[in-house]
Write a protein that binds this ligand. Structure first.
Ligand code: ZN
Length: 199
């Protein structure tokens, strides 16, 4: 359904009950979904010790894998393992982590995922502070002449999507605003039409 409605990517939130106080899906679920869609799978790993599992997620079918800056002593090394295993490597920042921490390793990721809620549960209220964080990251990217994409995750709906795109977001993650709507395919189409209005 989401593929037919025009979604570009399937974002899968992986939670381990330790890095975040909630448990969601793991490697077998990703593997079982793989033959249901040809869209890229974007696995957002909210787990401790991500270095132990990134390759298994890629084997299970993840095309993009993101790890939290806060979950690793050496994010660069884990990002490099993701790339070596053939996936796009993403780094995630919780709302309280300054975007400037990324300046130490700007070459090491293909996308940044900015959280616009505290990670752990779906259906939370959007934190508008992320708009300034996007703008800051856009200017860091420009100054350093990099091409990484900026993805935003948490509390995104049809009302705030436009300002996120205007601030410089390249990819929007939407969960509740699609799956809890009365007409999910229509909600996806509306998100996509905003994108085209802005660009
Ligand atoms: Zn996510």
């Amino acid at each position: 359904m989401v593929e037919e409605a025009g979604a570009d990517v399937i974002h899968l939130d992986v939670m381990d009950g330790s890095f975040v106080p909630n448990i969601s899906i793991g490697i077998p679920v990703v593997a079982s979904l793989r033959n249901k869609s040809s869209l890229p799978f974007d696995c957002h790993l909210m787990i401790v010790n991500p270095e132990k599992y990134v390759e298994e997620f890629i084997k299970a079918g993840a095309n993009w894998v993101s790890i939290h800056h806060e979950s690793s002593e050496d994010p660069s090394q884990v990002l490099s393992a993701i790339r070596q295993a053939g996936a796009k490597a993403g780094i995630v920042l919780k709302p309280q982590t300054p975007v400037e921490v990324l300046e130490d390793y700007l070459d090491d990721f293909d996308f940044v995922l900015l959280m616009s809620v505290n990670p752990g549960f779906g259906g939370q209220k959007f934190m508008p502070e992320v708009l300034d964080r996007i703008r800051k990251l856009v200017s860091i990217r420009q100054r350093a002449n990099k091409t990484f994409l900026i993805e935003v995750d948490g509390g995104i709906n049809l009302e705030n999507a436009k300002e996120l795109i205007q601030a410089g977001a390249d990819i929007l993650v939407a969960g509740h605003s699609i799956f809890k709507s009365t007409n999910p395919p229509e909600a996806i189409k509306e998100f996509k039409s905003i994108k085209y209005l802005v660009s």
